[in-house]
Design a protein around this ligand. Structure first.
Ligand code: ARG
Length: 494
């Protein structure tokens, strides 16, 4: 007799079973489903809804189930497969009580939340590791001058540390978003049962605590049908991937012959099957593409939810694989990116050569005229613009123009002659001085970037502490669950 369909329905067609089964994406849920069943049994015994023989009988059977169980699609999902195994091991008189006062609906939502919180902690750990690598790379390049770009045109000189730190700061926010989402992931839907709780006097809080949740998803209909917690995480992951994709795009660009700013490590590049000279930045390319796959998961999940009537519908099952895809892609991306970035070789001389080619100190020259000569900024902007035009037409850099030319242009624009000293002019055009002068909070000056690096290290330590605390409290609840099981065993044996 089919454990689920019983007398109600005749046999499921193999085709329909394989079409509707969730056993593939349920593989990741096995350990959580086993824990949930144990915690539920403990609660039912403590609340005297089941006797110890029934509760412990089920638990003992659950303990014999390996994590990699072969699942039968005709049993639809992990929940029915596990229940069938328990019944097979201990018979229906005991095993048949496993699903008392719970449903697959609250159980799957709980199991997803448990697996997802694990992914969140792994992703956050990988992320702090990556941010650590970025900070190390920044430390090497606090004084490495390079062109800062806007519109992909030379804008003003910055340092490579300042540039890389911009990515680190975006990733800090990405991490904070995930830490914030954790609060909404780690709450328990257990006890909601199918949708309306149960007439048995269960203790939802007890199950929640045994499973390491920080509270309840209170309304039972919300508990079984909400997936906003997952969509929030996928959305945060999509943002995180966007930041890694931007970074990867820049690595691809900087790795070109035209930019020649960096060289990818051999271990993270590939070659061509026909063009022997090639060294392709394939990892960075795929990060860009995998980012789009995460967007796909986000959009698929949102679309699945938007027209779902309350409460549980099997549509929800189709959302689960998107959660795992987004988590797995993001986790592997962070790890591979981190290892790759550690070995990227930046060419400091090339960066200097590039910044010298442009006119990146033009703003500082205009600012200097305001400071030194009291010229309104708009006028000095015009003066330096004319100077740039002249330099370009003569194929020279700003620093190669004679001081007299500047003096003449100032006179043309303002109608007054007011020479600028050689010394002032030289300082305004000096790239190192340009960067040094930008010591305003958040600017590229070496001392300001050093201060930011120190502050970011503290942020990373705080994030690591946060992660350790969460891991610690999950381990603690695992211990409590084990102790409760041992307690039941003791009662059985005496
Ligand atoms: N496999 C289902 C899921 O992943 C579990 C709940 C099924 N509930 C049901 N009534 N068919 O969402």
């Amino acid at each position: 007799m089919d454990i689920l369909r019983g007398e109600r329905l005749s046999e499921f067609s193999a085709e329909a079973a394989s079409y509707t089964s969730s056993i593939d994406s349920d593989k990741l849920l096995v350990p959580s489903v086993i824990k949930i069943n144990k915690a539920h049994m403990i609660m039912l015994v403590k609340k005297k809804i089941l006797d110890v023989r029934e509760g412990y009988g089920c638990i003992k059977a659950l303990e014999e189930i390996p994590e990699d169980i072969a699942m039968d699609p005709k049993l639809e999902d992990v929940h029915m497969n596990i229940e069938a195994l328990v019944v097979e091991k201990v018979g229906e008189t005991i095993g048949g009580q496993l699903n008392l006062a719970k449903s697959r609906n609250d159980q799957v939502a709980a199991a997803i939340r448990m697996k997802l919180r694990e992914f969140l902690l792994d992703i956050l750990s990988a992320l702090t590791q990556l941010k650590g690598v970025i900070l190390e790379r920044c430390k090497e390049h606090i004084k490495t001058i390079m062109p800062g770009y806007t519109h992909l045109q030379h804008a003003q000189p910055v340092t490579l540390a300042h540039h890389l730190l911009a990515y680190c700061d975006a990733l800090v926010r990405d991490g904070e978003r995930l830490m914030e989402a954790y609060k909404r992931v780690n709450i328990s839907p257990m006890g909601a049962c199918a949708l309306s709780t149960t007439g048995f006097k269960i203790d939802r809080e007890m199950v929640s605590e045994l499973l390491g949740f920080d509270g309840l998803v209170e309304n039972s209909m919300d508990a079984v049908s909400g997936r906003d917690f997952a969509i929030e995480v996928i959305s945060d992951l999509a943002m995180l991937m966007t930041d890694l994709s931007r970074f990867s795009e820049e690595l691809v660009l900087w790795n070109t012959h035209e930019f020649s700013i960096l060289e990818m490590p051999d271990e993270y590049a590939s070659t061509s099957s026909i063009m022997p000279q090639k060294k392709n930045p394939v990892v960075a390319e795929l990060i860009r593409a995998k980012t789009s796959s995460v967007y796909g998961s986000l959009l698929a999940s949102l679309s699945m939810m938007k027209a779902l009537p309350h409460s549980y519908n099997l549509d929800l099952q189709e959302l689960t694989p998107h959660i795992w895809d987004a988590c797995q892609i993001t986790l592997s991306t962070i790890n591979v990116f981190s290892n790759m970035l550690e070995k990227v070789k930046f060419d400091e001389e090339r960066l200097l050569e590039l910044v010298k080619m442009g006119m990146a100190s033009a703003t500082e020259l205009a600012d200097t005229l305001v400071r030194e000569k009291g010229i309104p900024f708009r006028a000095s902007h015009r003066i330096v613009g004319a100077l740039v035009k002249r330099a370009l037409s003569e194929g020279k850099g700003l620093d190669q123009l004679a001081k007299e030319e500047l003096d003449k242009i100032i006179k043309d624009v303002t109608g007054k002659s007011m020479g600028v000293s050689e010394e002032v002019l030289k300082k305004a055009l000096d790239l190192v001085e340009n960067v040094k002068a930008r010591s305003v909070k958040g600017g590229p000056s070496p001392e300001e970037v050093s201060r930011m690096l120190r502050a970011r290290r503290k942020v990373l330590r705080d994030h690591d502490d946060w992660i350790s605390k969460r891991r610690g409290s999950l381990l603690l609840s695992d211990d409590v669950l084990k102790k409760e099981v041992a307690g039941l065993k003791e009662v059985m044996e005496t």
